[in-house]
Ligand binder design. Structure first.
Ligand SMILES: C[S@@+](CC[C@H](N)C(=O)[O-])C[C@H]1O[C@@H](n2cnc3c(N)ncnc32)[C@H](O)[C@@H]1O
Ligand code: SF4
Ligand code: SF4
Length: 351
């Protein structure tokens, strides 16, 4: 069955999504189960996998709707099921494994999963966890035992008032800094700070850059979008004056605080007039959600049960490449995909 005609399932993101149906006969019901009739694996299989361990969150960010997802949705990913699915040789070439959510540290089995991910993908360039940093130090200690090479990324949106206003957690800013300090003194890998830019609130960027300098962190920047993944919570109407303010600020930042330079340089043009590049996401990335489905990106409708990915991924990509699936939030996921990757470590993004 073609993706376009596959049936719709209940929504995991506030809008209807497409579930590619399970079939004992393989893609499009051809009846072929013989390995000779399976689609050939592409020479460019998935390189980056983002895994939403849970939709649960202990924060209530006003730019994000993940914490508002209906309680009826699967909340916590079945990590044993994931482990079995990722054992398939299809995933051997994964270079980036990124745990996110919701707040991934709330998943009680995350440290175990981080430990087996390290064993499964020892040569991956990056195994990372993205966290809001609240009450996470006991989990961080367990994550260090599980994988000392883990990259820990904290979301930080400016000094205390700005950050706490956005997250709605009084005292949250100091808490994040304490967690950051813990990581800095425990993990050999430099932590990363992620700042999400909002119109009229970009002064936070300069402040996070100062913190990054002080604590010797990497930085990653991105604009907030009103995306389906975030359930459309952000107010993202940028005026020309606000874009100019951002441009001025970006120009003043030291290069090392600008994250992925190509992506960051493209932010003002994106805010003015949208995206000016083809989607790279389709061929390299995958997202796994807590209901154990796989998508090419956060925004793509078609979903596969994770066990079906090795057999069906190539057709999924081929269908996506024929489809105009672009949406505004694709700036983050797609055309400038992988905003936080440095091009030197992701040469396949250029191929
Ligand atoms: C969804 S959170 C998941 C991990 C963890 N809970 C955290 O906040 O770091 C990942 C990142 O998405 C960002 N984010 C939230 N809402 C967004 C939106 N509407 N547009 C773009 N980024 C958004 C957050 O600022 C955070 O840095
Ligand atoms: S941005 Fe992260 S911390 Fe904030 S509500 Fe969304 S998932 Fe939770
Ligand atoms: S165009 Fe957008 S929805 Fe389609 S694969 Fe790329 S990032 Fe995903």
């Amino acid at each position: 069955m073609a993706i376009a005609t596959a049936h719709r399932t209940s929504s995991t993101s506030g809008k209807a999504r497409t579930q590619v149906p399970l079939s004992a006969h393989g893609w499009r019901g051809t009846g072929h189960t013989d390995a000779r009739h399976q689609p050939r694996l592409s020479s460019r299989p998935v390189k980056l996998l983002s895994i939403a361990a849970t939709w649960a969150c202990n924060s209530r960010c006003r730019i994000c709707g993940i914490w508002k997802r209906p309680a009826s949705e699967p909340r916590f990913l079945d990590l044993e099921r994931l482990r079995q699915a990722l054992a398939d040789p299809f995933f051997d070439g994964l270079a980036y494994i990124n745990w996110f959510g919701g707040e991934p540290t709330l998943h009680p089995q995350l440290p175990d999963a981080v430990a087996w991910t390290r064993e499964r993908f020892p040569a991956a360039h990056e195994r990372a966890v993205v966290t809001n940093g609240y009450r996470v130090r006991p989990v961080l200690a367990r994550l260090f035992d599980a994988d000392p090479d883990l990259l820990v990324c904290f979301s930080l949106d400016g000094f205390a008032p700005r950050h706490e206003q956005r997250h709605g957690i009084p005292g949250g800013y100091d808490e994040v800094l304490r967690s950051l300090l813990f990581v800095k003194h425990t993990f050999p890998r430099r932590p990363r700070l992620s700042v999400t830019l909002m119109p009229g609130e970009v002064e936070g960027l300069e402040q996070v850059a100062q913190i990054a300098e002080y604590y010797d962190c990497e930085m990653a920047l991105r604009p907030a979008v009103r995306g389906s993944y975030f359930l459309g919570q952000a107010e993202v109407g940028w005026t020309e004056a606000q874009i100019v303010e951002l441009e001025t600020l970006l120009a003043r930042l030291p290069e090392r605080a600008r994250g992925n330079l190509e992506f960051t340089a493209a932010i003002p043009a994106f805010l003015r007039s949208g995206v000016h590049r083809d989607c790279t996401c389709k061929r390299f990335t995958g997202v796994i959600e807590p209901d154990a489905t796989f998508r090419l990106c956060h925004s793509h409708d078609a979903a596969l049960p994770i066990e079906q990915v090795p057999q069906r991924w190539e057709r999924l990509v081929a269908a996506a490449e024929q489809q105009d699936c672009f949406q505004r939030e694709c700036f983050i996921d797609g055309p400038y995909a992988l905003s936080y990757l440095s091009p030197e470590h992701a040469p396949w993004l250029r191929s």
